[in-house]
Each structure stands twice: as structure tokens, then as C-alpha cells.
Unconditional design. Structure first.
Length: 465
């Protein structure tokens, strides 16, 4: 007998098994009425994506693909009514079955085959479902109860809540390497050291609380787990870090972003996603505060080579956008503007002679923009033109409406007021040098056209005039 045949057979069998397990093959079975579509969806940053979809008239859905799905906590969603049935962990086991009865009893009747993590998770979900059912039944009785009866019902609700928390804690402890465990743990509020543990007085401790929360913010979050990126946890978490632990001015936000990105640098995928999301977020914020943060991120990370994935054309576009931002910062000479006023006369900043000048950008198409414009007109109407002149530039695209608004609101009446329509003139477009900071904003210049103040709120400007 040839004893070499057996190892060869095992090798052949192993090869076939390995080939069969490539990609993903996930089936979902349940009873549905009529033809419906099921999504396998996931969160990534501020958006949601559909990884796979399948339609069925008999409730048998099959998600397949040649390439493995990226790790994450995905959601099963019925397209027709956007009902989220439950979550499903996509990890290394991507060949499994989910078998249940109806969407209404999706968790209660679930049976999992081929995925250890999802099998254990749905066992937990079933127990929590039972607790939730009991909770709702008791809660419905509390509205009509009073006295000791109500207190007893409230105690029962507290006990059920504690039981659910204990089940979840036990799950995390028993299966610490499960992606679902890491996601559940990430949702647990962090506990910072107490004043006694740190040897601090109450006053000293209070002054350090904010810094302690910053330091321990990610204690329950596994920074090495890429799969947490594709959950509904990651993006809200980083936003919470910035919004709750740092003031909303640009200086504090820059500090927070720097610490956040430094923390996430241990995981290149988390770092990349966060930087892209934050740049995209602040690129669309039409305020001086938001734009300052955008410029900081571009200069500090993209232009310094800390975003290796960026292509050359995009990088050049970002560089130009920051140059435009920097050109209208405090202390800079205002870029030239050449336009026609409402009388058809040529107007340029350099030809406006006054001790101070205000460039006002508004939009005749937006009533919300007209209100602060009229407020500014009222505030400045008494100031001599030798002291102050206002160049009000309509950023809208409706020239007829511009003239209507000017006439209807007597915008040409003050001697110190100049109205101009913002369409390109002699090949010059003011928007090439002036970024859009919203429907209404102003830039205050001195006699030499140096920018000394900027903003969106008229009140702040009025206090300085």
C-alpha cells in the first residue's frame, strides 16, 4: 500500500475547503409577505453604505461575494420600510446562516449556523429581549399606579435594567475577543479616578476633571480593532470627544483635533477615516471658525505629508483653497475687488476713501440674509462717509431681484452705502479671492485696506463702531 496517498488526499481536501471559504456567503431565512429586498448595511464615518442586497419572494436571502467583507457590525434592513431587524457581526466567519420566523420575532426565534460570535450574540439578545418585554409590561402599569405600588413597580424596572447590564457585562468578560463585545464595551461610560485615588482635594480634583476625562476617554475603546470603524459607535464617539471635552472656538478645536489624531495614529485606518471626515466636515462649514479649522487640518496634515493617500490634483486644490482663506485673515490687505454698482458705475476697494470700510456680502435670494443687512444699514446710517463707507455685494445670481431689493429697502439712500452685484466684471470674479462664509458676513478694513475684523453677527460689529 502506498502510504503517501493519504497525506495527498488531506492536502487536496484542505485546498478545496480553503477555496470554498473564500469571500462571503451569508443566508437569511424568514417568512415575508410578497417580494422584498434585504440590505446588509454598515456605518462608516458620517455615512451609511449597503454592502450587499438580495430580493426574495419566499423570505430566503443570500449575500455572496468573492472578496471578504471588511470587519464590522452590520445591520439587516428591509428596504421597503427601512426596518432595521438586528445587527450581525462580520468578522473572520463569513459563511453562516441566520434562520428565524418573522421580522417581528427576528431575535426571539433566531437560530444561527456557522458563526460562533453571532450564535452567542443572539443568545444574549434573546435574554435581553425577554427582559425588555417584561420591562415594557411593568412600565405600562406605572402610569396608573401610585404610592407603594408605584414604588414597587419602579424597583422592578430598576432590577430589570441592572439584570440587562449584568448580562452584557458577563458577555464582554466571557468573549473579550468578539467584535460585538468590543462594540458593547465601547458604549460603556468611562470611569475616571476619584479624588481620593489621586490624593487630591475636592478643589484640586474639580480643576482636573476635564483633563481626566480627556485622558481616559478611550479607555473602553479598542484602538487596535479596525472593525469598530464600521459601527454606529465610532463617528459619534469622536464627535463627542471634540464637542463635549473642548470648547467650540477654533483654538480649542484645533487642540482637540491634534490630540484626537495623535491618539488614533496607532490605527492607520481610524486615523485616515477621522482626518478625512473632519476635513470634509469643516470644509463645508460656512463660518470663520469652521474655515480656520479646515485650513489648520490641511496645512498641518495634508501639506506636511501626513495624509499619504491623497493624490496630487486634490492636494493642489486643497492648497489653493487654503491660500484663499489666508488671503482674508486679520492683518492681511484685502484682495482687490472690481465690480459695477447699482448705478452702473465701476467700483473698486482702492477707490473708496474713508477712515474705515466694511465689505458686506449678502444674498438677495435669502430673506435671512436681508435682515442683518438692513440692521447694519440702520446702525451705520448716521456715520459720515468720510469716516465709514459700506460696500454691500450681493452674492446671489438674480440681478433683477438685486435691483428690486435695493429699491424696496432704500439701500442706496445712505451717503455711506454702495451697492454692487457680485457677477464677474472685466474677467474678474471676487469669489476667486473671497471665500463664502455664509449668506451674510462682513470684513472691516482700515483706510489702508488692512483687514481688522471679520464676522457674521452684526451685534459684534456694532459694538466696535
Amino acid at each position: 500500500m502506498n502510504t503517501r496517498i493519504l497525506p495527498l488526499i488531506y492536502l487536496f481536501f484542505f485546498t478545496l475547503t480553503a477555496q470554498a471559504q473564500k469571500g462571503y456567503d451569508i443566508s437569511v431565512q424568514m417568512k415575508l409577505d410578497g417580494n422584498q429586498t434585504l440590505y446588509l448595511a454598515y456605518h462608516l464615518g458620517s455615512k451609511q453604505y449597503v454592502a450587499a442586497e438580495d430580493s426574495s419572494s419566499n423570505g430566503e436571502f443570500n449575500f455572496t461575494g468573492e472578496e471578504k467583507l471588511k470587519r464590522g457590525i452590520y445591520k439587516l434592513v428591509i428596504k421597503e420600510n427601512m426596518q432595521v431587524l438586528e445587527i450581525v457581526s462580520i468578522n473572520d466567519d463569513q459563511h453562516f446562516e441566520l434562520i428565524t420566523t418573522t421580522p417581528q420575532n427576528f431575535v426571539k426565534d433566531m437560530m444561527v449556523k456557522g458563526s460562533e460570535e453571532n450564535e452567542h450574540y443572539y443568545a444574549l439578545a434573546k435574554e435581553k429581549y425577554k427582559l425588555l418585554t417584561s420591562y415594557r409590561a411593568i412600565e405600562s402599569k406605572t402610569a396608573s399606579a401610585d404610592g407603594t405600588v408605584k414604588k414597587d413597580l419602579e424597583n422592578q424596572l430598576t432590577n430589570l435594567t441592572q439584570k440587562a447590564q449584568e448580562l452584557q457585562k458577563e458577555f464582554i468578560e466571557n468573549y473579550p475577543n468578539f467584535l460585538i463585545s468590543k462594540a458593547l464595551k465601547a458604549n460603556i461610560p468611562v470611569e475616571i479616578p476619584t479624588a481620593k485615588e489621586l490624593g487630591l482635594t475636592p478643589q484640586e480634583y474639580e480643576s482636573k476633571r476635564l483633563e481626566l476625562f480627556r485622558k481616559h476617554f478611550f479607555d473602553n475603546f479598542d484602538l487596535n480593532e479596525d472593525g469598530l470603524i464600521r459601527t454606529d459607535i465610532f463617528y459619534p464617539l469622536i464627535n463627542s470627544y471634540l464637542n463635549n471635552l473642548y470648547y467650540q472656538d477654533s483654538t480649542q478645536q484645533k487642540k482637540g483635533l491634534t490630540k484626537l489624531l495623535n491618539t488614533l495614529a496607532v490605527n492607520p485606518e481610524m486615523y485616515k477615516l477621522t482626518l478625512i471626515e473632519m476635513v470634509n466636515k469643516f470644509a463645508t462649514v460656512r463660518s470663520f471658525h469652521g474655515v480656520a479649522i479646515y485650513a489648520f487640518l490641511v496645512e498641518e496634515y495634508y501639506l506636511k505629508g501626513k495624509a499619504e493617500w491623497i493624490d496630487a490634483p486634490t492636494l493642489q486644490s486643497m492648497r489653493k483653497s487654503v491660500e484663499k482663506i489666508r488671503s482674508t485673515e486679520l492683518g492681511k490687505t484685502a484682495p482687490a475687488i472690481l465690480l459695477l454698482n447699482d448705478k452702473g458705475e465701476e467700483i473698486a476697494i482702492k477707490n473708496i476713501t474713508a477712515k474705515y470700510k466694511i465689505l458686506v456680502f449678502w444674498n438677495a435670494n435669502k430673506e435671512s440674509s436681508l435682515t442683518p443687512l438692513l440692521e447694519l444699514q440702520q446702525i451705520t446710517a448716521h456715520i459720515p462717509s468720510s469716516e465709514l463707507q459700506i460696500l454691500a455685494i450681493d452674492k446671489g445670481e438674480n440681478k433683477n431681484l438685486f435691483f428690486q431689493k435695493v429699491q424696496a429697502h432704500h439701500l442706496s439712500k445712505p451717503d455711506n452705502w454702495i451697492n454692487a452685484f457680485g457677477q464677474p466684471y472685466q474677467g474678474k470674479d471676487f469669489s476667486e479671492n473671497y471665500r463664502n462664509y455664509g449668506e451674510f458676513y462682513y470684513i472691516l478694513l482700515d483706510a489702508d485696506n488692512t483687514i481688522i475684523m471679520r464676522g457674521n453677527a452684526v451685534e459684534k460689529l456694532a459694538n466696535s463702531l
